[in-house]
Design a protein around this ligand. Sequence first.
Ligand code: SF4
Length: 371
Amino acid sequence: MNLTDALNCYCSKHLDNRNWYRWKIQEDYFQANFGITLKGKTCFDKTVELKNKLHEKWQSESDSDKRKSIIKAYISVWGGIKRISDGTINYYMTLTPKCLISLGKKGVASWSKALVIQAPQQYAIFDARVSLSLNCLQEMFEVEDKHLFPILNSRNKKVQEGNKKIADISGNWEKPDDSKFYDRYLSDLKSVADHNHTDIATIEMLLFAKAEDIWMCFKNNCKYSDIQKDNHNRIKLCSACLLGLACRYNGESVPYEKVLRLAEEEVLIPVCPEQMGGLSTPRPAVELKNGRAVTSDGEDVTKNFEAGARQVLEIAQLYGVDTVILKQRSPSCGCGQVYDGTFSGSVVPGNGITAKLLLENGIKVLTEEDL
Ligand code: SF4
C-alpha cells in the first residue's frame, strides 16, 4: 500500500459529514475589521467561508498594507500564530508561491496559510497536526515506502507525544528534500480529494481535526479495522429520558433496554433539549402545531424548544459527534414521526425541533426504534 491508498482508506470513512471540525472562529473580529459576516451553520462551513471571503478581499485589494493585514489576520487571529512579525509577512509578500514553497519546513504553518489566502483551491495548510496524521497513518496502514513529513513543534501535549514516537521509529524512512515535501503533500492531497470527489481543503481539515484521534489509535496499536471507527464514532448524544433520567414532562423517564445495553459499549451523552431550553420538570405536555411548540393550554414555548435544540447541536459539535439517538415522536426529539398537535395520541410524519436542527446540520438521527 502507498500513502495515497492509505489516505484514501482513512478519509473515505470520514467524509459523510464534516462534524469532526469543531474549531470556532472569532467572528466578531472579522466582522469588525473586514466586514465579513459568516452565514455557515457549522464550524466547518464557517471556516471555509472565512477563507474564501478573505481570499476575495485579498484578490480585489490593490493596497499592499491592506493585503498584508488580510494575510496577517488569517495567520495570527484565525491560525493562532500570534508571534508572526510584520517583517515576516512583508517577506512572504515579496515571494512567489514557488519561492515560498522552497522555504521548506521553517515557518511552513505560516507561509502555507499565506499561500492559501492567495489561491485556496490550489494550496493547503501544512502544520504540526497534519504532519502527525500523515506520519501516523503511514505506520498504521503499513505503507511500504514511508516518507517522513517534517516533525513540527506544537504546544498540544498529544501532538508532542506523537511527534516523539514518530521521531523514534522513522530512522529508516525516506526524508524528502526540505524544499520538496510540500509539493509531495499537495500531490497526495489532490489524489485523495479527486478520489473522494471533494477538494484539498476538506482533506487537509480532516487530517488536522483528526490528528489526536489518529495518534491515540496508533498509540493503542489499533488495527486497520479499528481506524475505520475511531473514538468519535463511539460517542453519541442520546435523549436523557431513554437512559433513565426522569426529565419527561410528567417527571418520569422511559429507560429503553437497547439504549441501556448500548451505553455499556459506547459513550452516550445524555441530553434533554426541553430542560436545556429552560423548561422545568414536571411541565405541561407539548405538541407541535404548524411548526410551533404549544402546550395543551395553548402556551407557545417554541423559544425554549429552539434554545434547547441549539444547545444540543453545540454539544454535538463540541465532541465531533455524528450520530444521535433520540426519543421517537417527542416534539423535540421525534424523528420521522411526531404527535399531531391534538393531544389525542395521533401521530403524523414530521421531526421534532431538535431532531430537525441536527439533521439540517448533517448529523445522523436515530430513534430508539431504529436500534
Ligand atoms: S425533550 Fe427529549 S430527552 Fe427530554 S424528555 Fe423529551 S424526549 Fe426525553
